[in-house]
Design a protein around this ligand. Structure first.
Ligand SMILES: Nc1nc2c(c(=O)[nH]1)N[C@H]1C(S)=C(S)[C@@H](COP(=O)(O)O)O[C@H]1N2
Ligand SMILES: [Mo]
Length: 198
């Protein structure tokens, strides 16, 4: 196992911070669903209920989470569903290069397909051997360890396949479209041509 390293400008805080915009949503299994829409290969929207989502095969990823406010949580064990399973169940149009991840209350983050399909990206249902706590994203959150943590969307409800890149919640409010912590891509003014939509 490669040892975890701290990206530039980050520090390890005491305890485990919780950060999000707005309130913690209640999880109601009977009405919860996971939608895949936008540029699907068939043109149709796919929808998975909680009992079906819960039954998808899981795998574990040992990974760090880097918040743009500069704390990093090192070495958590996340367990959940691989994005590859979602892509197989609901194939995208072959031209799709970006996805929008949607959460409860309209929070969203856009991610390049190459980051979405990275080996350490996961729809996590468990953290360190236990179901996610409500404030960490119960029942499902995305974990994208290779990007700043605002892209690790908690309380995920949908994936939208994009034919053209579009900015999500924080990307539209001054944060970097790509958000690589190793390159300290924190703010949108740092974007080079081609790194974000017009
Ligand atoms: N739905 C949703 N997901 C979110 C956020 C949010 O406001 N809403 N905040 C993000 C930010 S900025 C961070 S740093 C991480 C924090 O995850 P944690 O609270 O589990 O530590 O969640 C991310 N996911
Ligand atoms: Mo964050």
């Amino acid at each position: 196992m490669e040892q975890s390293r701290l990206p530039p400008g980050q520090y390890v805080p005491r305890g485990r911070p919780v950060i999000h915009y707005g309130r913690v949503p209640a999880f109601k299994p009977e009405s919860w669903d996971f939608r895949v829409f936008g540029a699907t290969a068939s043109g149709e929207e796919h929808c998975v209920t909680w009992p079906d989502f819960e039954r998808l095969p899981r795998r574990s990823v040992l990974a760090d989470l880097h918040c743009v406010t500069k704390w990093s949580i090192m070495g958590s064990e996340w367990r959940g569903v691989s994005p590859a399973a979602i892509l197989a169940a609901a194939p995208p149009d072959p031209r799709v290069r970006h996805v929008m991840i949607w959460a409860e209350y309209g929070y969203s983050a856009n991610i390049r397909m190459s980051d979405f399909t990275a080996a350490d990206t996961l729809f996590a249902l468990e953290l360190d051997g236990k179901p996610l706590a409500a404030e960490h994203g119960l029942p499902v959150r995305l974990v994208v360890p290779r990007l700043y943590a605002w892209k690790s969307v908690k309380w995920v409800r949908a994936v939208e396949y994009l034919l053209e890149d579009r900015r999500g919640f924080w990307e539209d409010r001054g944060y970097h479209n790509i958000a690589d912590p190793w390159g300290e891509q924190r703010y949108s003014y740092q974007e080079e041509p081609g790194e974000g939509p017009e």
